[in-house]
Design a binder for this molecule. Structure first.
Ligand SMILES: [Zn+2]
Length: 312
């Protein structure tokens, strides 16, 4: 039966008849298979490539975002630093404009020192004592009481004797260190603040150590890390042996009136009884003028009569 012949035989037969190229069924299946699935794989591959490209784009986008994030962070840091600087500037302006009185007492300790400490304690006021040398039990106890009261001690030389002190740089140094060592033994600290007897511009020293002595001493002590303080308000309690109480009060209050920072010169040596009497009125008057009170430190506002030459 002709129609019952397998296609293979039929094809082989027709090949023989028509000399057509042989197309085997397996090949057809393969071609059909390929024709069906290749586009599918191509599409899949295309989709895969597309996804890769999208991922790459996302990565790039992410990098861009990271970059933007970093630059925003930097900007934020800069803004924060700017704010910090502004705050510091504002603090400084506040400090500069704040009225501060620095009460200073020279030439003690004496029995007046304890009375002054009592008044300062009652008024909750801090002050500075530029002390001289006193190695008696009384003297040492007074140094301790000053520190216990929260006040500052400055070096005013051991002897306070102009002839001895201002003979030479070496003589000054020896006298200065004698007090520094006594203070270290007594209160456990070496003061970093000092006041030259007679002030840094005193002329008495010229007679003993020459015209340049005070300049040399001011330069030397500064280089050694000390800070020296003169004053910008004089109580005039040293203009007479015993000054009138009213004169002391008025001198301080008039001298401080237009100042933001007042370094007030007073004395607590044995004869200065009227300074003790004037003190409560001075504190009340300064408070009324808007002053707060502080003790001096190395970094405080200072007033120096002698102008130091720049170091060479
Ligand atoms: Zn003095």
């Amino acid at each position: 039966m002709h129609d019952k012949k397998s296609p293979y035989i039929y094809i082989r037969d027709s090949k023989k008849k028509r000399r057509d190229p042989a197309i085997k069924p397996a090949a057809i299946i393969l071609i059909v298979f390929l024709l069906l699935f290749i586009p599918h794989y191509i599409l899949q591959a295309a989709a895969y490539i597309d996804t890769l490209q999208q991922l790459e784009k996302m990565k790039e986008g992410n990098n861009e975002l990271n970059k933007e994030n970093t630059s925003l962070k930097n900007e934020l840091d800069r803004a924060q630093k700017g704010l910090e600087n502004l705050k510091q500037e504002m603090e400084k302006t506040k400090d500069v404009n704040k009225k501060v009185a620095y009460l200073t007492f020279d030439d003690g300790p004496s029995t007046n020192t304890g009375k002054i400490l009592q008044i300062l304690n009652n008024e909750h006021v801090k002050a500075t004592f530029f002390v001289v040398g006193n190695n008696t039990d009384f003297g040492k106890e007074a140094y301790r009481q000053i520190i216990a009261g929260g006040h500052a001690i400055g070096n005013h030389t051991y002897s306070h004797n102009y002839r001895t002190l201002y003979g030479s740089v070496e003589a000054f140094q020896e006298d200065f260190m004698q007090l520094e060592n006594l203070l270290y033994e007594t209160i456990g600290q070496r003061p970093s603040i000092l006041r030259f007897p007679g002030g840094s511009n005193n002329h008495v020293s010229r007679k003993y150590g020459g015209r340049q002595l005070m300049n040399r001493l001011a330069d030397l002590k500064t280089k050694e890390g000390y800070q020296f303080f003169d004053w910008n308000v004089d109580s005039r309690d040293a203009s007479k042996i015993v000054q009138n109480t009213d004169t002391i009060v008025q001198s301080v209050l008039n001298g401080s009136r237009n100042k933001k920072k007042a370094i007030i010169l007073m004395h607590d040596s044995q004869v200065k009884t009227t300074t003790v009497q004037a003190l409560p009125r001075i504190i009340a008057g300064l408070k009324k003028q808007g002053f707060s009170f502080d003790s001096l430190t190395k970094d405080s506002f200072t007033n120096q009569f002698i102008k130091q030459k720049p170091a060479h």
